[in-house]
Design a protein around this ligand. Structure first.
Ligand code: ADP
Length: 631
């Protein structure tokens, strides 16, 4: 009886990934072993976990292991595991599609140039498909633990794959690589040993291979273990090399670049745990939408679950790593985790140690380091900030317990210079008479820098933070103050700048003098503004718009509206610069129509300066043209 062969076509994106893998990763092709071994180790982890509650799954095949089988005659290298295995449907689903929906979208949006960038390609989880770097044909034979059926999957990576019934002695998976002619070196002992030593030494299950010993008549073969088979995090910190961390991180995260930094910690006392947390160099393309955490939970070296969200706060969802607890029960489930007090303890440790790592990076500044084989000057914290700063802001907003430590790590642009600045450095630069940390928010850096609201602050030598990320204003609102210095928006309330008695008297005199103008303008613009008043906020511009001290800024309103919220239009306050020639001229402008036109122009101009389009742009240009004609 011949088995029925089913033909399936790959999902379109798989074809793309396959051709990318083969064309772009050629020079890194030895990584196929790391990827396939890491899949095998994961499959054994899963089986080990399930066998805790169902002993029968192990049967008489209790020694969990990975085997590499070299067959000279057939020209094949097989990666065999006695892990959890796959059913027919799992094979079709796992080895024929790319599960993450975001990946599809990204793949479609990548340019040809970007597709050569292996760090981007790595994000698709090329894992299994890397087999085609060294094989022109791949056969997978698998039997799910607890099932009597075995299935075979075969593909030449030419758009389709075949599935049929097969025979396999016990549970687990064989990945049989029919090596390409130029990859036949992997039929020899030493190239394989070398790759394992480099990439997979930390794998926590034994990787075994049959090797030849002795020569001539003494020649015999024996099984040997190629790796240390000890979980990397259980080793003393000083015994793990950077290179080992790099490889462990890469297998854990499917990232192709080295991690930016890591922290390896042991907590002892009432609760015991070991953790290894890595910061990636680059943010994934779906950082903000992604809700999964990248931390694996182990209990006493037994793998329990991927994406243990319960032990990592959402804002830390970008870190990768493992946590190994001595206290949680081995049969712990998500439901138990959610209720267990140990979970909260673990989470606190993960947050605390990661914050310490970030604080160390922030203190480190620019250093010379070797990055992917090249010596470079890098500021690791700023690199981190560029990729993941948004997540720290999320943390400030949601994680009240970490707020103070996080606030010290935030970085913003400012009027000081073109660099990134933290609150502490800002505070240290404050002149004695400055009583607040000033900020202005705008859609872009140039708009923020030339904002009329900060004119007199700049003139006084007060530094102003330039906030351009839409969520920034909510972050400073949530913080309210830093180290007892309040945050003050340059575009809200009355600025209350320090002034001498003389300055105060002058200001009052100007207010009195301009009262007829402000009253008249108030009437002309009644529909649009709440009040018109004289300000000392401006030096060069004639007017600006400000919100109430506790009101929302124009930008906050805009951000909310763009996000689809129904925000009523709030009337704001129009402030006039009493020393400006235009404002002075208004005092003598008798013609009511002309006065109304000038007022409307000033109002629209103030809107434009903060990046808001006037409600009636055509009317604005009409008035402006008329004015130019008269000039
Ligand atoms: P990833 O490991 O990132 O999920 P892969 O392409 O490497 O992506 O593998 C796809 C899926 O195929 C895995 O998630 C797993 O479900 C399944 N798989 C791969 N190799 C094995 C194996 N040796 N045993 C059991 N399942 C496997």
């Amino acid at each position: 009886m011949t088995a029925t062969v089913e033909k399936h076509v790959f999902q379109a994106e798989v074809n793309e990934v396959l051709s990318l893998v083969v064309n772009s990763l050629y020079s890194h092709r030895e990584v196929f072993l790391r990827e396939l071994i890491s899949n095998a180790a994961d499959a054994i982890d899963q089986l080990n976990f399930r066998s805790l509650t169902d002993h029968s799954l192990l049967g008489d095949d209790k020694e969990l292991r990975i085997e590499l089988i070299r067959d000279d005659k057939a020209g094949t290298l097989t990666i065999r595991d006695n892990g959890v295995g796959m059913t027919r449907d799992e094979m079709i689903g796992n080895l024929g599609t790319i599960a993450r929906s975001g990946s599809k979208k990204l793949m479609q949006s990548l340019s040809a140039e970007q597709k050569k960038d292996i760090t981007l390609i790595g994000q698709f989880g090329v894992g299994f498909y890397s087999a085609f770097l060294v094989a022109d044909s791949v056969t997978v034979i698998s039997r799910k633990a607890g099932s009597a059926d075995s299935w075979q999957w075969t593909s030449q990576a030419k758009g389709d794959f075949e599935v049929q019934k097969a025979e396999r002695a016990g549970r687990g998976t064989d990945v049989i690589l029919h090596l390409k002619d130029d990859a036949k070196e992997y039929l020899n002992e030493w190239p394989v040993r070398e790759v394992i030593g480099k990439y997979s030494d930390y794998v926590r299950w034994p990787i075994r291979m049959e090797v030849e010993r002795g020569g001539g008549d003494e020649k015999k073969t024996e099984w040997t273990t190629l790796n240390q088979a000890r979980a990397i995090w259980t080793k003393p910190k000083g015994e793990v090399t950077d290179a080992q961390h790099h490889e462990f991180y890469k297998s854990l995260s499917h990232d192709w670049t080295e991690p930016l930094a890591w922290t390896h910690f042991k907590v002892e006392g009432t609760h015991e745990l070991t953790g290894l947390i890595y910061l990636p160099q680059k943010a994934p393309f779906d950082l903000v939408e992604r809700k999964k955490s990248g931390v694996k939970l182990f209990v006493k070296r037994v793998f329990i679950m991927d994406d243990a969200q319960e032990i990592v706060p959402e804002w830390l969802r970008f870190v990768k790593g493992v946590v190994d607890s001595e206290d949680l029960p081995l049969n712990v489930s998500r439901e138990i985790l959610q209720k267990d007090a140990t979970t909260r303890f673990i989470k606190k440790q993960v947050v605390g140690k990661t914050l310490t790592l970030l604080e160390e990076l922030a203190a480190e500044g620019e250093t010379e380091r070797e990055v992917d084989g090249e010596k470079k000057k890098v500021d690791r914290f700023l690199q981190f900030w560029g990729e993941f700063g948004r997540m720290l802001k999320e943390g400030v907003y949601h994680d009240v317990d970490s707020r103070d430590r996080l606030a010290k790590l935030l970085r913003f642009r400012s009027t000081h210079d073109d660099g990134w600045h933290g609150f502490a450095a800002y505070k240290a630069r404050m002149p004695a008479d400055q009583k607040a940390i000033y900020y202005v928010a705008a859609d872009s850096l140039p708009t923020a820098k030339s904002s009329p609201h900060i004119e007199s602050l700049k003139k006084r030598g007060f530094e102003v933070l330039l906030l351009t990320d839409p969520i920034d204003e909510w972050i400073v609102d949530a913080l309210r103050q830093f180290d007892e210095v309040p945050f003050t928006s340059a575009a809200k309330g009355a600025l209350e700048l320090p002034e001498s008695d003389e300055q105060k008297q002058q200001k009052e005199a100007k207010q009195k003098e301009l009262a007829p103008v402000t009253e008249r303008m108030q009437k002309a613009l009644d529909q649009h503004v709440k009040t018109v008043r004289v300000t000392d906020r401006l030096t060069d511009s004639p007017a600006c718009l400000v919100s109430d001290e506790h009101g929302m800024s124009a930008r906050q309103e805009r951000v909310l509206r763009e996000a689809g919220h129904d925000v009523p239009v709030q009337k704001r306050i129009l402030e006039l610069n009493a020393d400006h020639p235009v404002v002075k001229k208004l005092q003598d402008l008798g013609d009511d129509t002309a006065f109304a036109d000038w007022s409307a122009l000033l109002y629209d101009q103030a809107l434009l300066a903060e990046g808001t389009l006037p409600a009636d742009p055509a009317a604005f240009t009409r008035r402006l043209t008329a004015l130019m004609q008269k000039a």
